[in-house]
Design a protein around this ligand. Structure first.
Ligand SMILES: [Zn+2]
Length: 447
């Protein structure tokens, strides 16, 4: 089947004004204005009402937190007190069924915003949730969204000086055995993979150094990515200085994590020397603007990091600190917050699109997605400019960011339509909203 996505209103690709041709799940041809495809075409899709961009890629999230959005115990707090307030509630109430609904809801929400590939940093393993990665793999395949299953871990709880509830941590042997199981089962390194696996100790303040080091060995053996939270708050710097006698980046280096296999969530509180070291080692940074504003964490030094050589990706972060999973909205937030740090000419709508596509793909270690180019997977998001908020807009691509696009009209993953007319295929939105809302009530009643 060769499909011509014809004459888009605008498209984020050079030399594709006449559209693109998709075959066997890949982009096989870019057409200039007025060009016709080479060879026979089976189907023409008229995109003259659509702005087409590469499918957005989310590189940091915690799907289970959709169950505690705008939770009264989490309101108006910064990271450490916010974590301490919510951890006991999560530990008591996250069950496999609720986790499945949270995963389905977060993935659906991401997909509807134009996201075609997502990583979920799941570090939370209370008793009974041993099959969290299997649940996420099933839900991602059901929706047809690519996913980097990010097998997180915690082995220090509050009694060890960490911030996690005692009931939500596992011992190192259990963690590494499950990491190996998940890697063997789901880590697909082939071109166009729907599922990959990354290993992700939660943060330096809730795992042991031994677990950080041993996780690197496993990642090298299976050739997978490594992820963790780093330098999100000043509290974390102080914790590292007090407990490890060094700053978070030095600690990362001591653990063998300064490699291009690593991408970090947040990466805010770095000094100039750290920015250069991270760039030199090509360590990726997932910028999470919405979460950083909500928790008053600070602003990632995106521009300096990118100039130094670090790939910058984008993430919505957990839904209790965002409090939604709308990646398109995060592009707008990224533009706005970065303009406070830098200036209007330095950060444009094209920069935030680059972070959410090519930059995020580099963070996840993928070269087959993240751009509209010949040979790449046909992962595409289509937006219309029909809503009132776009009326009068001049530049269609800039309008998506500046006027605040929230929802894709169509989404394609590997050449397959996964959203049509704003509706995800195979999902009953009303039913999902009802079931997830019902499941979330347990987290409130416990207060
Ligand atoms: Zn996070």
């Amino acid at each position: 089947m060769r499909v011509w996505i014809k004459d888009p209103l605008a498209i984020l690709a050079e030399g594709a004004e006449g559209g693109i041709v998709v075959q066997h799940g890949r982009i096989v041809e870019l057409l200039g204005r007025g060009d016709r495809p080479n060879g026979e075409i089976d189907q023409v899709y008229d995109a003259s009402n659509h702005v087409v961009v590469p499918g957005l890629i989310n590189t940091h999230h915690h799907f289970f937190q959709t169950l505690t959005r705008a939770h009264p115990e989490g309101l108006n707090k910064e990271l450490f007190p916010w974590l301490k307030a919510l951890h006991p509630i999560w530990a008591r109430h996250v069950t496999p069924d609720r986790f499945r609904l949270a995963t389905r809801l977060a993935l659906t929400e991401l997909l509807m915003s134009g996201c075609t590939c997502a990583s979920d940093h799941h570090y939370f393993y209370p008793p009974g949730l041993d099959e969290a990665m299997d649940i996420q793999a099933e839900e991602a395949m059901r929706l047809g969204v690519r996913m980097t299953l990010t097998r997180g871990s915690m082995n220090l709880s509050e009694k060890d000086g960490g911030v996690a509830d005692d009931g939500a941590v596992q011992d190192e042997d259990t963690i590494l055995a499950d990491c190996e199981r998940v890697l063997s089962r789901y880590h697909d390194t082939s071109d166009g993979a729907m599922l990959q696996v990354a290993l992700a100790p939660c943060a330096p303040f809730n795992v042991t150094k031994r677990l950080m080091v041993d996780t690197v060995g496993l990642a090298e053996r299976f050739d997978c990515r490594l992820h963790t939270h780093l330098a999100e708050t000043r509290d974390e710097n102080e914790y590292c200085l007090a407990n490890f006698g060094c700053r978070p980046v030095d600690y990362l280096e001591e653990c063998g994590w300064m490699t291009d296999r690593v991408w970090l969530a947040h990466g805010i509180h770095f000094d100039d020397d750290e920015v250069h070291r991270l760039g030199r080692h090509r360590v990726g940074i997932c910028h999470c603007p919405t979460s950083n504003m909500t928790l008053a964490s600070g602003q990632c030094r995106t521009r300096e990091l990118e100039v130094a050589g670090a790939p910058i990706g984008l993430g919505v972060d957990g839904s209790a600190s965002n409090d939604n999973s709308n990646l398109m909205e995060s592009l707008r937030h990224a533009l706005m917050i970065n303009r406070i740090t830098y200036d209007a000419a330095s950060i444009t709508h094209l920069d935030v699109f680059r972070w959410a596509s090519q930059g995020s793909a580099r963070c996840l270690g993928r070269t087959d997605i993240g751009a509209i180019a010949v040979g790449k997977q046909a992962d595409l998001a289509f937006y219309t400019l029909d809503e009132l908020r776009f009326s009068g807009a001049g530049d269609p691509l800039a309008a998506l960011v500046l006027c605040g696009a929230h929802q894709a009209d169509r989404v394609m993953v590997g050449g397959q339509w996964r959203v049509e007319n704003g509706e995800p295929i195979g999902i009953d939105i009303e039913k999902l909203r009802r079931e997830h809302g019902e499941a979330a009530k347990a987290f409130l009643s416990a207060m």
